[in-house]
Design a protein around this ligand. Structure first.
Ligand code: ADP
Length: 555
């Protein structure tokens, strides 16, 4: 999930003409490497879905997995490709039989961090879209930068250091903005545009995130950036939920005006632009709700309560938490919570997730996950004290690469007594890592905690059992695909609810959708005790591995 998919989601939330009653007969019409439109019905179930795959359906932009990789770590996406994808997707949605006049509201989410640069006077183009023409034809001259930097871009280290230096150090920046400076974050990307293309920066009247750029098209004017997506920029003071003047000044002159106001999540931005009414038959009363980033939208889709942690076991492993405190540190990211303005969300991503598990599986037992699971189920909890750490790719946290095996006394060894011990060592160390870093972000394991699991490896109950034992918490799944997409749909439904009750977001969504969690495993008391002991041992081994890695780097 996090950082593993290059995707955009537009969610349009709609109603059925007949039976437009509160909570009854409603159809929540809605609309990533693709742009996807989803339609939810009155029970918030998916009714229609359509998508446009960038590489396949828009080959003229010559992207691979939706982006163009240039030299020197530069990764961009053609902004007009996104606009054209929206043209195509809306046509497809209408052709699939979806009556767009029933749309009550639109919300959406998009990959975080990427930025879109609108040229001087582009607001005139936006507010005068011609319903007889495609969006991409009318907006062809609207952008000062035709290729938007996206989250995969890592060419901005210089600007990261400058930003951190302007705050004194990385920790101070993280305390205010929720994260230390990251290359993909929008602040450093904008600083690079200003430094290397000053002429472009000068003729830019507005800078949007990808989410607010999409919302801007729907409202026919500049849409504000919301608090949650805004906290992935290194520019927002996340506690005060305002732009941070110090960061803005350090990045580029006049930036505040170019970013516009930041708004609370779930803000109704306004009515849909006349273009969509005339060209696609949307209802002029259809509302547009502030769009957000894919990670906050995922949190909204996962129904994550206090004391709970969501773990996505995808290509990379990602942990999501709902947090009460908004103090960012050097670890992971703290963002404004998308569904409760008094809360925050924590997020940490590990690059070495499924691909590492898969490599160990292939090495030890070949292709079969069943054989891999047999080993997990028939070997001793705790691996007799042997610990293995596997970082096939240079990990984000800790910043380290390589394989490290330790005997029960904590001595580095080149291999385990039996080769298949790598299977258990890999899963146990990954699970302990998830717990340790979740705790550092603010998670506290206790009787009320539980884990919500998603991602490709969430079908593997042998792996989940180990996670359950390490966290001493039950593991649930929501059994719903596309949590980001659904989350944006839920946000539209909640923002446009008929009642003015101050019902909490998840209560409202659960009430309407009737969705339930599915229990996958419960912790085993004896195994939990073994892992309690192993956590500190794991921490020592990780520190040792870190020292070894850096001693090897320095001649
Ligand atoms: P992404 O992060 O790209 O969305 P997914 O969430 O679809 O990826 O997860 C894909 C990964 O799931 C694959 O790399 C694969 O190793 C892993 N996977 C699929 N089935 C299993 C299984 N039964 N056990 C463990 N891992 C699995």
């Amino acid at each position: 999930m996090y950082l593993s998919i290059n995707q955009l989601v537009i969610v349009v939330y709609s109603i059925l003409v007949h039976g437009y009653q509160k909570g009854n007969g409603k159809m929540y019409l809605l609309p990533m490497i693709q742009l996807k439109l989803i339609v939810l019905d009155g029970q918030l179930k998916q009714k229609y879905s359509t998508k446009v795959e960038f590489d396949l359906e828009l080959p003229e932009f010559r992207t691979k997995r939706g982006v163009i990789r240039k030299c020197n770590d530069v990764v961009v996406a053609p902004v007009l490709m996104w606009v054209k994808a929206l043209d195509l997707a809306l046509d497809k949605l209408r052709a699939s039989g979806c009556d767009l006049s029933l749309v009550a509201g639109i919300c959406g989410c998009a990959q975080q961090h990427g930025s879109v640069y609108w040229k001087n006077n582009a607001s005139d183009l936006l507010s005068n879209l011609d319903p007889g023409r495609f969006l991409h034809a009318d907006l062809a001259t609207a952008f000062s930068l035709m290729e938007s930097p996206v989250w995969m871009d890592s060419s901005t280290s210089l600007y990261c250091r400058k930003l951190e230096d302007s705050f004194g150090n990385s920790e101070k920046l993280a305390q205010t903005t929720g994260s230390r400076a990251y290359e993909r974050f929008t602040a450093s990307q904008i600083a690079k545009v200003y430094d290397t293309k000053p002429g472009i920066y000068q003729i830019t009247e507005r800078i949007s995130l990808i989410s607010s750029f999409l919302a801007s098209i729907f409202i026919g004017g500049y849409a504000s950036i919301d608090h949650s997506d805004g906290s992935g920029m290194n520019l927002l003071d996340i506690k005060n939920r305002k732009w941070c003047g110090e960061a803005l000044e350090a990045v580029a002159p006049g930036l505040k005006e170019k970013l516009g106001e930041v708004v609370e999540n779930l803000t109704v931005l306004g009515q849909i632009a006349p273009y969509f009414v005339q060209r696609y038959g949307f209802n002029p009363e259809c509302k547009v709700v502030s769009f957000t980033g894919d990670n906050p939208a995922s949190l909204a889709g996962m129904n994550l309560g206090a004391g709970e942690v969501a773990i996505s076991l995808g290509t990379s492993d990602t942990v999501f938490l709902s947090l009460e405190e908004g103090t960012g540190g050097l670890l992971g990211h703290v963002l404004c919570n998308p569904v409760d303005s008094s809360l925050f969300m924590g997020l940490i991503c590990f690059k070495n997730g499924s691909l590492t598990r898969e490599r160990i599986k292939n090495l030890c037992v070949g292709e079969s996950w069943d054989k891999f699971n047999q080993i997990l189920e028939t070997t001793d909890v705790g691996n007799y004290g042997y610990i293995g750490l596997y970082y096939d790719l240079t990990e984000i946290t800790p910043h380290i690469q390589g394989e490290y095996r330790f005997d029960p006394d904590g001595n580095l060894i080149s291999k385990f007594p039996a080769p298949e011990m790598d299977v258990r060592a890999c899963i146990e160390s990954q699970a302990i890592r998830l717990r340790l870093y979740s705790e550092r972000l603010g998670y506290s394991s206790g009787h009320s905690s539980s884990i919500l699991i998603t991602g490709g490896a969430s079908s593997n109950t042998a792996i989940l059992q180990i996670i359950s034992n390490v966290f001493n918490a039950p593991v649930y799944t929501l059994d719903l695909p596309d949590s980001a997409c659904l989350g944006a749909g839920y946000m539209a439904a909640y923002a446009l609810r008929q009642s003015d009750e101050r019902i909490p977001f998840y209560d409202y969504i659960n009430q309407i959708s009737g969705r339930k969690r599915c229990l996958l495993c419960t912790p085993d008391e004896t195994a939990c005790k073994v892992y309690m002991q192993l956590v500190s041992k794991y921490r020592d081994c990780e520190n040792k591995a870190f020292g070894i890695y850096y001693s090897r780097l320095t001649p």
